[in-house]
Each structure stands twice: as structure tokens, then as C-alpha cells.
Ligand binder design. Structure first.
Ligand code: RP5
Length: 181
């Protein structure tokens, strides 16, 4: 697994969310950033409850050294899109599932952006992939981070092959009943 590689203390990735109630989901992005040793910050910045703070955050992010913003929100999830409108940085949106509508409301709120204002939207509650996408963006032109990503991909491939061996072995040693498919 990739070891921490950066001694930088100033954050290069901002993980933001509309409410602390999103944190359980957004922790998955933070875990990936920690795994790859990327300096990051974690903030609650609400498009609806603290709109002035949210705009100020978006305006200042690039000048503070942030390279990628990961923004999670649920329901009327305007945070990722609004941040994208006030920064030149790549914004990765994480639709957070609330107790109603299974997160489809969050997904559509984040993914259906107007032309010219992009948000790279991951799956509902897909914060882990948001973290991995941020790593890939930052790995461009960074040989060490690229190597760490290659190692990560080799590890998940090894896991899948082990599953294949387990499943194939179980099927071969089964009770002889006719399989399906
Ligand atoms: C959104 O409202 C937040 O991103 C959160 O997913 C949702 C509910 O927030 P709380 O009422 O739990 O604070 O802005």
C-alpha cells in the first residue's frame, strides 16, 4: 500500500461538505488522501446556511495552494456546483444519500450542471472514488504519486484475482449440482 509521501503541511486537497452529517460518507475520501500521504483539510461549508463563507472559501482556495476540491452534499446539493462557479480548480462532487429518495436527489443536483461549469461527479456515497480521482489528478507529472497509484491498482487487481481463485475453487469443490450461467 502507498506510504505517506509528502512532508508538505499546507493542504493540497480540500474535502468540504454541507453539514457534519455528511462526514460519515466523506471520511472515505479523507482515508484515501491519508493513505497516499496528501496534505488535506476537512471543512463544513454550506451553500445554504453559510453562503458568504462558501463563496469566500471558493474564491480563496487556489491562492491558498489547494489543487483539488472534493465537495460532498445531500438533498438540494448545491455546494459542489456553486464552488465550481467561483474557482478554476477541479471540483469533484460526492452525492450524499439522505434518508429520503436514496440519494438520487443529491446525485441529480450535483451531476446536472450547466455547460461551462463542470463538476466531476462520483457515485452516490462514492467518496472513496472521489479521493482516488483527486490522487490521479495530482499524480499528473508526479512520478512518485503515479507509482503509488500503480501499486494501489496492482493491489486491487490481486484482491480480485484472489476472489476469482476462491470462487472458482468453491465451484470446483461444490456438491456437484448444476450451476447457473
Ligand atoms: C445538505 O443538507 C448537507 O450537505 C446535508 O447532506 C443535508 C442535511 O444537512 P443536516 O440537516 O443534516 O445538517 O446541505
Amino acid at each position: 500500500m502507498a506510504a505517506p509521501r509528502s512532508t508538505a503541511t499546507s493542504p493540497v486537497v480540500a474535502v468540504v461538505m454541507g453539514s457534519s452529517s455528511d462526514l460519515d460518507v466523506m471520511r472515505d475520501a479523507v482515508a484515501i488522501l491519508e493513505q497516499f500521504g496528501l496534505a488535506h483539510e476537512v471543512r463544513v461549508v454550506s451553500a445554504h446556511r453559510t453562503p458568504d463563507d462558501m463563496i469566500a472559501f471558493g474564491h480563496a482556495a487556489a491562492a491558498r495552494g489547494i489543487k483539488v476540491i472534493i465537495a460532498g452534499a445531500g438533498g438540494a446539493a448545491h455546494l459542489p456546483g456553486m464552488l465550481s462557479s467561483v474557482t478554476t480548480l477541479p471540483v469533484i462532487g460526492v452525492p450524499v444519500a439522505l434518508s429520503h429518495l436514496d440519494g438520487l436527489d443529491s446525485l441529480l443536483s450535483i451531476v446536472q450542471m450547466p455547460r461551462g461549469v463542470p463538476v466531476a461527479t462520483v457515485a452516490i456515497n462514492g467518496a472513496r472514488n472521489a479521493g482516488l480521482l483527486a490522487v490521479r489528478i495530482l499524480a499528473i507529472g508526479d512520478d512518485a504519486l503515479t507509482k503509488a497509484m500503480e501499486e494501489f491498482q496492482q493491489e486491487i487487481a490481486a484482491t480480485a484475482r484472489a476472489q476469482d481463485a476462491d470462487v472458482a475453487g468453491a465451484a470446483a469443490g461444490g456438491d456437484g449440482e448444476e450451476g447457473h450461467g
